[in-house]
Structures are given as C-alpha cells and as structure tokens.
Design a protein around this ligand. Structure first.
Ligand SMILES: CSC[C@H]1O[C@H](OP(=O)(O)O)[C@H](O)[C@@H]1O
Length: 339
C-alpha cells in the first residue's frame, strides 16, 4: 500500500498509525495499529472517531493485512468483526462492504486498491461539501456547530467544519459558536483545537447555552455532521443535535446537515430504524482520559448514555451532500435516494 497521510491517520511503509483523539488537545500521541483487535478497541474507545474516518481506518488496516498475506477467509471474518465495531455510523459498514465486494475480484490487490480509492474519495467529497456548504453562508455569519466534524473525523477537510473552514478561507468573516458536546466533549476538546489550528474565530459554549444565543439573535445558521442519514432524510448525529434542530426551528434559524453520500443509508427507511449506540455510564458520571480523571456523580448513580440522537427530516433546512444541496421537498420526492 502507498504511504497515505491525513490529520488523524497515516500509512507509512505499510504500517497504520492513528492519532489518539482521546488525548487531544493536550497531547498528540500516535498509536501504531497492527491488529484487528486493536482497531476494534481504538474505534470503540474513540481513539479513532468520526463517521468517515472510522470507516477508512478500518479499511486501511484490512488492506494492509491482506497485502501482508491474510488469508481471504480470515479477511472476510475480520472485515465483519470491524463492521460491527460501532453500530450507528453507516460509513463503516458501507466502506467495509465495498472492500468485501472488491475482494471478490483479485484479492488481495483489489482490496488494497479499493482502500486507497476510499481514502482519496473522502478527500474529494469533503472538498465538494465545503464548496456547496459555503454557498449557503453569508458574510459576517455567526455559525453554531456541534461535536467534531473536521479533519479529525474524516481524511479530508471535514464535513460541517470543512464548510466553516471554506467560508473562513474565502474571507466571509465568520465567527463560530462551538458547542462543547457533552459527555465526551468532542466540541470542547477537538473542534476548539481545530478552530485554533485553522485560525477561525470561535467561542466555546456549554451545550445548554445555545438556546439563549438563538433567542438573542446571535446565531445565524447551524451546521452539523451526520453518522447516518435515512432514506427519508431523518438523520442520526451526536447526542444534542436534535436539541439544536428543535431550537433552530423555533427560532427560524437555518439548520444544515453536511455529509458525504457514503453517510446515506438507502436501506434504512427512516430515523426510527437507525441503531443508537449506548455507551458506558462512566462517560456521563465524570471525565477521564488525556485531560485527567474527575468523577463527580455518586458511584452507584444510574446512567443513560446514548451517543447519538435522531433529527427528523422536517427540522432540516437542507442536506448538503457531495452530490448536491437537497431541500425537504427533494427528500419527500425521493431525490436524496437517487445519487
Ligand atoms: C463527520 S463525523 C460525523 C459525526 O461523527 C461524530 O461521532 P463520534 O465523535 O462519536 O465518532 C459526530 O457524531 C459527528 O457529527
């Protein structure tokens, strides 16, 4: 496999390394990923995260293993293990399915070629998304975003953050409200870091502050990512996204979802059918990781920790995919499904 380099993933001399995102922003620690077991763990611990990035990282490891002599039947078994590593983001399943399909015609070379194609495709799709999304942003906009959807969550410039980056780069004087995104703080840790690295003016807020800012007229538009978009336009994204969609509707603020077409799941009729990952109680009871450990909830506190929620299509102003900008009337007439 050729050497490949992205913000959170690189392949060098046929070895895959992952930037451990649980250690950001305080520490940039690279981890060599040389086994299926370690990749499954890295995905489940969100050391590698973000719908597009986890799909591509899993495929790169499988391709490296294939090139190093993994038997085809073991490739298929391990591909299916990785496919189940996290249930909500469909990119993981879509990417691995395309690798399995490729393996039928010329394993292992076909698998290596497909994994590399997926890597470069994501870069290209992110660039298309940023151009299309930027066309919806007026100069001097205050943009609210949630979770992390930049170069850490993809191998390109990102999805929602890719749009913000493009608007900033085109001189539109955008300012960004970054929702910290409890409980894992992808916004407070990762998006704040990426905004700083990109030089985009931003202010970090608690998730609970968004409503007041909208009421004050200090949010002009909202851009979020997605982990799975159902055929009817309902979509799953990081927990707290639905809150923002309802608030945006009440305050008549444009609410945009940005995702590559590989996030669309045509086999999923509506958002009620999207599996929602539930995660460990410890994540809600305090914080732990590269930023230190601090548990504030009572030891035995019962916890509910869904990692995603579902936003119904009627609350979405537009879906920004690499294949175009879709409005609710497009989705209602099935245009989202016809890529
Ligand atoms: C472009 S990434 C989309 C999506 O991925 C994040 O989830 P996680 O941090 O759990 O991997 C978040 O939902 C982003 O919006």
């Amino acid at each position: 496999m050729n050497d490949l380099h992205a913000l959170s993933i690189f392949v060098d001399d046929n070895q895959l390394s992952i930037l451990d995102q649980t250690q950001l922003p305080n520490k940039k620690q690279w981890l060599v990923c040389d086994s299926i077991d370690s990749m499954v763990l890295m995905i489940q611990k969100l050391q590698i995260r973000g719908a597009p990035a986890i799909g591509i990282a899993a495929c790169l490891l499988l391709a490296i293993k294939a090139e190093k002599g993994l038997a085809e039947e073991d490739f298929i078994r391990n591909a299916n293990r990785l496919r189940a590593a996290r249930p909500t983001a469909v990119n993981l399943m879509n990417n691995i399915d395309s690798l399995l399909q490729a393996s039928k015609t010329g394993y292992p070379k076909s698998v290596v070629d497909e994994a590399e194609r997926l890597f470069y495709e994501d870069i290209e799709l992110c660039n298309k998304l940023s151009e299309l999304g930027n066309s919806l942003i007026s100069p001097n906009s205050n943009i609210l975003t949630h979770c992390n959807t930049g170069g850490l969550a993809t191998v390109g410039v990102g999805t929602a953050i890719g749009v913000i980056r493009k608007a900033h780069g085109s001189g539109k004087n955008v300012k960004v409200w970054v929702g910290e995104t409890r409980p894992l703080l992808q916004g407070g840790r990762l998006t704040a870091w990426e905004m700083g690295e990109l030089g985009v003016p931003y202010r970090l807020i608690c998730d609970s502050m968004a409503a007041m800012l909208m009421a004050r007229g200090e949010v002009d538009c909202i851009f979020v990512g997605a982990d799975r978009i159902a055929a009817n336009g309902d979509f799953a994204n990081k927990i707290g996204t639905y809150n923002l969609a309802v608030l945006a509707s009440y305050h008549e603020i444009p609410f945009y979802v940005v995702a590559p077409h590989t996030t669309v799941d045509l086999a999923c009729e509506n958002g009620n059918l999207i599996p929602i990952e539930e995660r460990n109680a410890s994540e809600v009871k305090g914080v732990s990781g590269g930023f230190g450990d601090c548990i504030w909830a009572p030891e035995g506190a019962p916890v509910y920790n869904p990692a995603f929620d579902v936003t119904p299509a009627h609350l979405v102003s537009a879906w920004i995919l690499d294949t175009g900008i879709y409005r609710v009337e497009d989705v209602q007439t099935g245009k989202l499904a016809r890529r």
